[in-house]
Ligand binder design. Structure first.
Ligand SMILES: [Zn+2]
Length: 458
């Protein structure tokens, strides 16, 4: 646990025993999360070779499980000529074949384990379109969820947040509400302040007004939404005096965003790099603006065009292995993002450094009356209607949207009608939708993927 400076109340765990407040005697779930923090506070300082050794040891367990119980991998390894007879070592790891996003789209069910060890808990099913507009379905165990919670807590502790403060959240999965507690990861261990939520499809002017009223200590949302909100507050003179830190996720940080948060609210910004199907990939260093890979749960490789590891300063494809999700092991999974490898961090942590991440970039949607909001059109909307493998929306003008997509077969008129109805609902306006089926949707030259392009508001 870190020392708490800058006047915040110290983070003291919740106690289970009445009358014993400090040091707390935490309950079983809190003890589990704190036991993981204890290990993280050791492993974050390990040398990269030590980390890598433990990762490969864990990856060998995962591989053995995958070959034994996941139909896809037996076949995948055989057809790519990979021989797993000798097990894996740091040297032989590069021979393990890559998993593409298209593999998950085509062989989804064959990627699920037929023999999950019972102590990995329940399995949860989700869908995501990730940072490249390519929808997939995936499954996670309770153990994978436990890592998600543990890293949420690590992020709070790294950035020394005042857990008694008020949190405001603007994202897709919530509606306008106010309640106690920051969420399960934090509440299980600490007494936290209140949390106010607002759906991200709320127009920016209304969001700014809500933010002024809430006056939170912390604000969590997507980067492009934060930028629009900061601009709105600056233009209209809306002040949010309590706001001290903005937290962002789910998109590439655009240049000038940190400065805009300082100018609008006097708030710093911390970013995380995460993806629903793999969890937290990297958290911002407590002392710098770059990111530390969460090496305790993910083996992250950044590979050049020839499949070799990139050196510091080079940009390559992000390849991930989820070390603990035995329900649907993702082994050397090419997620579709690019990243720049950084130098070892002066903070002394041995967790690998990513200097920049080139993932999703998104513009704001503009309604005909001029109101703007962050466009949400998730995988759950597309997948039940048509076999769409990738999509990208372009707002051509105030009344029409071009919906570009890649699909395994021609999409029927009836399916297009259903897709249009789905988009009307998600985008909150009956735009004219022009469908364009393509063989491939290109990335921008800077390696970012734009899943919503606006020719109106950029
Ligand atoms: Zn660092």
């Amino acid at each position: 646990m870190q020392d708490v400076s800058d006047g915040n109340a110290p983070a003291i765990a919740r106690t289970l025993v009445r009358g014993v407040d400090w040091p707390a005697i935490p309950g079983p779930r809190a003890s589990l999360l704190l036991a993981m923090q204890f290990q993280f506070t050791q492993s974050q300082w390990w040398q990269p070779e030590v980390l890598r050794q433990q990762q490969v040891r864990q990856a060998a367990n995962l591989l053995a499980h995958a070959v034994r119980s996941v139909p896809f991998y037996g076949e995948h390894f055989r057809t790519s000529g990979y021989d797993d007879a000798d097990g894996v070592s740091p040297e032989s790891w590069a021979q393990v074949p890559l998993l593409q996003r298209e593999h998950i789209q085509h062989f989804g069910d064959a990627l699920r384990s037929r023999q999950l060890p019972p102590d990995h808990g329940r399995v949860f099913d989700y869908a995501t379109s990730g940072s490249t507009g390519s929808p997939i379905r995936f499954s996670k165990t309770e153990i994978a969820e436990l890592f998600w919670r543990a890293f949420t807590l690590r992020d709070h502790l790294w950035h020394q947040r005042d857990l008694g403060g008020k949190l405001a959240v603007i994202r897709t999965t919530v509606n306008e509400a106010e309640g106690a507690g920051w969420g399960p990861a934090t509440n299980e261990v600490f007494d936290t302040g209140s949390c106010a939520t607002l759906n991200i499809r709320t127009d920016i002017a209304a969001q700014a007004e809500w933010l002024r009223k809430q006056n939170p200590d912390y604000l969590l949302s997507h980067p492009s939404n934060i930028l629009a909100l900061a601009k709105r507050c600056l233009e209209t003179g809306i002040r949010v005096p309590h706001l001290r830190q903005v937290r962002t996720f789910g998109e590439t940080l655009m240049p000038g965003l940190r400065e805009a948060c300082l100018e609008a609210w006097g708030a710093t910004l911390t970013d995380v790099y995460s993806a629903e199907e793999v969890g937290y990939i990297a958290l911002q260093c407590p002392a710098h603006e770059h990111y530390h890979v969460q090496a305790e749960s993910l083996l992250v490789e950044v590979l050049d065009g020839a499949g070799r590891p990139c050196s510091s300063g080079e940009i390559g494809r992000v390849v991930l292995t989820t070390l603990h999700n035995f329900a649907m092991p993702l082994i050397r999974y090419q997620i579709g993002d690019y990243a720049e490898v950084g130098d070892p961090c002066p903070c002394g942590r041995g967790l690998p450094v990513l200097r920049r991440i080139m993932g999703r970039q998104r513009n704001m949607l503009t309604l005909p009356d001029g109101r703007q909001h962050w466009p949400s059109f998730p995988a759950e909307g597309w997948l039940p209607i048509a076999p769409v493998r990738q999509f990208q929306l372009v707002q051509r003008d105030l009344a029409s949207i071009e919906a570009r997509f890649v699909a395994d077969r021609p999409v029927t008129a009836d399916e297009k009608q259903q897709l249009a109805a789905m988009l009307h609902e998600y985008l909150r306006y009956p735009f004219r939708i022009d469908f364009v089926q393509l063989d491939e949707i290109e990335r921008k030259p800077n390696s970012k993927f734009e899943d919503f392009i606006s020719e109106v508001s950029r």
